[in-house]
Design a protein around this ligand. Structure first.
Ligand SMILES: Nc1ncnc2c1ncn2[C@@H]1O[C@H](COP(=O)(O)OP(=O)(O)O)[C@@H](O)[C@H]1O
Ligand SMILES: [Mg+2]
Length: 257
């Protein structure tokens, strides 16, 4: 899927970024910056060969912003998202979530920090099969030691927002693919994270359900000024995003939105 880029619409995204499209006066202040990565590289050793997948990536995401990342299969999009979400360490470079330099935290501190600050929506829902929808959504709060009752209230509120108030006690197997992904979105948002990272979230859904899921993510982003980074093959998603990037040859190129 190496779509040719027309001349003049791309640039290598540098450290400074571009002006935030948000009309709010506080936009651009450092407190509005929810995710910042600098100089990310990631290499994999396979036998005697070394694969350099990411070769120096910078990205800045502000509150309320939706960034889309396109790229061919194997370009390193999932690798990048895992590092931005602190699930994987880069070979070199830094990830700041809010003011925190994430990879300077010790491993157990990092796991707690990640649970509190990052939400994930994967292509497969990754819900826990033996737990109900509401229990799955409560899980990040319970892991973060929230009291049961407030976790339950908050999870119920979120499931209502994603249109699943009548499915609270269904297990994942008892939900459609689109509903499972809605639960995953509710779970990603429940802890009011700094950033939600979505890796081809509509990849396993049919067109209609895929569109509904993306509409829901946009609606949530606007309602809560929630920042999202969305990896997707869907060019339309890009057109609706505040920023579009293409990952190619290990570098992130900004495209005109
Ligand atoms: N743990 C790993 N060890 C070796 N190679 C890996 C590993 N993870 C990913 N890769 C390689 O890195 C490249 C990028 O993978 P990935 O980030 O999954 O791409 P994308 O999500 O853009 O399709 C692929 O060629 C893949 O085989
Ligand atoms: Mg991938």
């Amino acid at each position: 899927m190496n779509r040719a880029r027309s001349k003049g619409t791309t640039e290598t995204h540098g450290a400074t970024g571009t002006a935030s499209p948000s009309p709010e006066p506080s936009a651009g202040s450092s407190s509005d910056e929810v995710l910042k990565a600098r100089g990310l590289t990631r290499s994999f050793k396979t036998g005697t060969a070394r694969l350099d997948i990411l070769k120096g990536i910078d990205i800045d995401i502000r509150r309320g912003e939706i960034a889309a990342i396109h790229g061919a299969s194997g370009a390193g999009k999932s690798t990048l998202l895992h590092i931005l979400g602190t699930l994987d360490r880069p070979t070199s470079g830094q990830v700041f979530i809010g003011e925190t330099n994430a990879f300077e935290l010790p491993d157990d501190g990092l796991a707690e920090f990640r649970n509190r600050t990052v939400g994930f929506v994967f292509q497969a829902h990754h819900l826990l099969p033996e737990f109900t929808a509401i229990e799955n959504v409560m899980m990040p709060l319970l892991v973060g030691r929230s009291p049961w009752d407030s976790a339950r209230d908050r999870a119920e509120e979120l499931l209502g927002e994603v249109g699943l108030e009548s499915r609270l006690d269904h297990k994942p197997m008892e939900l459609s693919g689109g509903e499972q992904q809605r639960v995953a979105v509710a779970r990603a948002l429940v802890g009011r994270p700094h950033i939600v990272l979505a890796d081809e979230p509509s990849g396993n859904l049919d067109r209609e359900n895929g569109k509904a899921l993306l509409d829901l993510m946009w609606e949530m982003s606007h309602r809560y000024r929630q920042a999202f980074v969305v990896v997707t093959h869907d060019e339309e998603v890009g057109r609706r995003s505040d920023r579009i990037y293409r990952l190619e040859d290990g570098l992130l190129h900004a495209e005109a939105a």
